[in-house]
Design a protein around this ligand. Structure first.
Ligand code: DLZ
Length: 173
C-alpha cells in the first residue's frame, strides 16, 4: 500500500492492452494546479503511448477535487467515453477540510463506478505536504497520472472482453 515503495510509472512486465479503440475522459481539478497539470500530462502521454487516439481523449477541468465527482458524472452522462480518470491533489492543512474532501471524492467515485457500470479511475494524490505531491506527479516516485491511465486501459479492456465473450457465447436474438 505504501507508495514510498512503488514507482507509480513502473509497470514492470505487466501486459498493457492496446487502447486504439478506446475513448477516455479526464477530469482535472484546478486546485494545486502545478501538480494536477503534471498529472494530466502524465495521463495523456501514457494514453497516447498505448495508442489511444488524441481525438478520443476528452478532458475537462473543475475547480477542486470536491468537484471531480460531478465532472466525471457529466462525462459519463453526456459523452460516450469508455472510462473516466479523475485527477486531483489534496494537501493536508491545519483543518479537517482535507478529510472531508478526501472522503467525499473517494465515495463519489466509488458510487459512479457502480451507478454507471463504467470504470472511473481514482488519480487523486492525498499527501501530507507539497513535496510528497511533487514526488508523485513526475518526481522520484513516478506519476500517478501514468498509473491512472494504465488502470483505465486495463479496466476498459477487461470490460470489453467480458461483453464480447458473453455476446459470442450467449447471442441476443
Ligand atoms: C477548499 C479546498 C482546500 C482547503 N484544499 C483543497 C486541496 O488541497 N485540493 C483541492 O483539490 N481542493 C481543495 N479545496 C477546494 C475544494 O475541492 C472545492 O473546490 C471547494 O471546497 C468548493 O466546493
Amino acid at each position: 500500500m505504501a507508495s514510498s515503495l512503488k514507482n507509480l510509472s513502473d509497470f514492470g512486465n505487466m501486459e498493457i492492452p492496446n487502447g486504439s479503440d478506446m475513448k477516455i475522459g479526464i477530469v482535472v481539478a484546478q486546485w494545486n494546479k502545478e501538480i494536477t497539470d503534471a498529472l494530466f500530462q502524465g495521463a495523456k502521454q501514457t494514453l497516447l503511448k498505448h495508442e489511444v487516439k488524441e481525438d478520443n481523449i476528452i478532458s475537462i477541468s473543475v475547480p477542486g477535487t470536491f468537484e471531480l465527482t460531478l465532472g466525471a458524472q457529466n462525462l459519463l452522462e453526456y459523452t460516450d467515453v469508455d472510462a473516466v480518470i479523475v485527477l486531483g491533489c489534496v494537501i493536508q492543512g491545519d483543518t479537517r477540510h482535507f478529510d472531508f474532501i478526501c472522503q467525499s471524492v473517494t465515495q463519489g467515485v466509488t458510487d459512479l463506478n457502480i451507478k454507471y457500470n463504467q470504470p472511473v479511475i481514482f488519480g487523486v494524490l492525498t499527501t501530507n505536504n507539497l513535496e510528497q505531491a511533487q514526488e508523485r506527479c513526475g518526481g522520484k516516485l513516478g506519476n500517478k497520472g501514468d498509473e491512472a491511465a494504465v488502470t483505465a486501459i486495463q479496466m476498459v479492456y477487461t470490460q470489453k472482453q467480458l461483453r464480447d465473450n458473453y455476446l459470442e457465447n450467449f447471442p441476443i436474438d
